[in-house]
Design a binder for this molecule. Structure first.
Ligand code: AVJ
Length: 301
């Protein structure tokens, strides 16, 4: 299985998608409210300031497809301003979250057709047919979650979205930008230690779901910006020599050996433009905050 394979690699790693169980999602929500974590706040600010222009760019009568919709909080603003949206397709791996959010949305937007899909959005899922066929397809991927992908997989995933949306369609995406390393560093090393708790919770989750015996106080949170790779790397560092039982397998840790738990790539506008182009998109519009910390971009197919 994916987790065991990751821990058996010469450089140990765990996929970051496993952060988001119930407690992990709550910890992430607390991260988004931290002073140091500028991403969510800045993206919302851009949305609020530019929503008229964004909605006009997306155009009327589209089918909105959200990748990793979670509780669909940012989507409401979009739905409030889009002209006659035909359908909303939220895709999320967490079923409870997805169905609850869909129910609440259907109460707020009684005329909107809501077609939730419970799936890993990187997998090959089938799009449902809306009652009103032939609508332009617009994907929505906020939060700079694209930053979690390495270059190759990022291109592949964007190309898959381009294919799903087809000619005339597009993608509204949030992309975090390169900036002063100290600001990046603080965003992933907050004083209150919420990011550390979020990182360590991954081990707690493995303990619960795989019956492993990780001791959380034998690992430490370590996050830093790697300029050569343009990414924040988040690690869990073993504080001692230790062995962990994972099913029938023993995983041996040296003192100071790490598990790589997340990458969060940062882009210049040019670099992201090249990535988008290599996936078959054209950058139509870019909206920024005054500090140029974060971007929201509309890419057309
Ligand atoms: C939700 C993937 C965009 O990379 O900044 C926050 C997750 N990790 N703090 C990010 C995260 C540590 C976040 N994304």
């Amino acid at each position: 299985m994916e987790i065991l394979r990751g821990l058996q690699k010469p450089i140990k790693e765990l996929p970051s998608k496993y952060f988001y169980d119930e407690v992990g999602s709550q910890l992430f929500d607390r991260i988004t409210e931290l002073d140091e974590y500028y991403l969510t706040r800045t993206e919302l600010q851009i949305m609020q300031q530019q929503i008229q222009d964004i909605a006009a760019t997306l155009g009327p009568c589209c089918m909105l497809i959200e990748y990793g919709s979670g509780s669909s909080m940012k989507t409401r603003q979009l739905l409030d301003h889009l002209a006659q949206p035909v359908a909303y397709v939220p895709i999320d791996i967490s079923k409870e979250h997805l169905l609850q959010a869909s129910l609440r949305l259907s109460q707020s937007y009684p005329k909107l057709e809501i077609l939730p899909i419970c799936a890993d959005y990187t997998s090959n899922f089938a799009l449902p047919d809306p009652t009103q066929p032939g609508a332009r397809k617009v994907a929505y991927y906020p939060g700079s979650t694209i930053g979690n992908f390495d270059r190759g997989p990022a291109r592949k995933f964007l190309a898959q979205i381009a294919h799903t949306c087809g000619r005339g369609g597009g993608l509204l995406i949030g992309v975090d930008l390169k900036k002063d390393f100290a600001i990046l560093h603080s965003a992933y090393n907050d004083r209150a230690g919420v990011t550390a708790a979020f990182n360590l919770h991954l081990l707690e989750r493995l303990n619960h779901e795989l019956n492993t015996d990780f001791q959380l106080d034998h690992f430490g949170h370590y996050a830093f910006y790697n300029p050569a790779e343009s990414r924040i790397e988040m690690h869990l560092v073993s504080q001692r020599k230790q062995q962990i039982q994972v099913g029938k397998e023993k995983i041996v840790f040296d003192e100071y050996e790490s598990i790589w738990t997340e990458s969060s790539y940062k882009y210049t506008l040019d670099e992201f433009g090249q990535l988008a182009a290599s996936a078959g998109f054209k950058v139509e519009r870019i909206w920024l905050d005054t500090q140029k910390f974060f971007s929201i971009q509309y890419l057309s197919v």
